[in-house]
Design a protein around this ligand. Sequence first.
Ligand SMILES: NC(=O)c1ccc[n+]([C@@H]2O[C@H](COP(=O)([O-])OP(=O)(O)OC[C@H]3O[C@@H](n4cnc5c(N)ncnc54)[C@H](OP(=O)(O)O)[C@@H]3O)[C@@H](O)[C@H]2O)c1
Length: 261
Amino acid sequence: MEKSGDHYAVITGASLGLGKAFAYELAQRKTNLILVSLPNQNLGELSHMLIENFNIDVHYFETDLSITDNVIQFSEWINENFDIDILINNAGLGGSKKYIEANVDYINSIIQVNIMATSILTRKLLPNLMKRDNSYILNVSSMAAFNPIGYKTVYPASKAFVHSFSRGLYQELKNTNVFVSVVNPGAIKTNPEVTQRIERQGFLGRLTLAKPEKIAKICINRLLKRDSVIMVNKFSWAMLAILPIWIKLPLLTNVVKREVQ
Ligand SMILES: NC(=O)c1ccc[n+]([C@@H]2O[C@H](COP(=O)([O-])OP(=O)(O)OC[C@H]3O[C@@H](n4cnc5c(N)ncnc54)[C@H](OP(=O)(O)O)[C@@H]3O)[C@@H](O)[C@H]2O)c1
């Protein structure tokens, strides 16, 4: 493939939900895109539609990001063919389960996609991002990063990793051309399953529920304004910051318990 003269934004987990909303938001801003998600998720159709409607260049790559070799292969494909100036590590998995009922694949895939893919892809694409005058990395964490939650266990822990990793990298790269930001959204109406799950949690779950398009717009605006920690639900953030752990840990665990019963 011939190396393109223009620059691109990379979005992981772009076939659905927040990742797809990021793709639309950047397309509206005439940003060329590289999209990745699992195979057979209509990424080709989405890319075609974005090219037709927004007159931008879009490439896609279908792979399972829970496998380290795939993450490396994907990053090498990008580095060989494209110059990039935005990386959005959005792909992420979670869920609610009794830990005794969670199988090894379920636990491992959360760790691999949320932790391994985010950190390895960032490392492999960093030299490419450093070539531009101004580049941006946005890592999608969650409000769960600040609250351990029973029946979610591994997911909030993985998002705490994403938050901590992003803050450390921000500081390390502060005097370079690569700006690192992290977003910690509350619940997002990304798909019917997530929406129903959150609605089952009752008032507390519904409190932060927001549309992906709105979250994506806020994130891109704040990222480009160099906001290093993006808060999209200020009320819930303040509430969770005030509550001591001995109140919020059992409270949130009981909220999620309703989902698994
Ligand atoms: N939804 C919420 O309430 C919420 C709240 C806070 C934070 N977040 C975070 O926001 C991000 C997006 O969440 P979402 O709700 O939009 O999720 P989603 O609708 O489930 O979409 C996840 C995306 O990640 C991709 N993906 C999942 N596993 C993958 C794998 N092994 N390899 C490659 N791609 C994979 C999916 O691709 P396929 O279509 O191929 O499966 C999909 O495009 C995640 O990091 C999530 O943790 C979500």
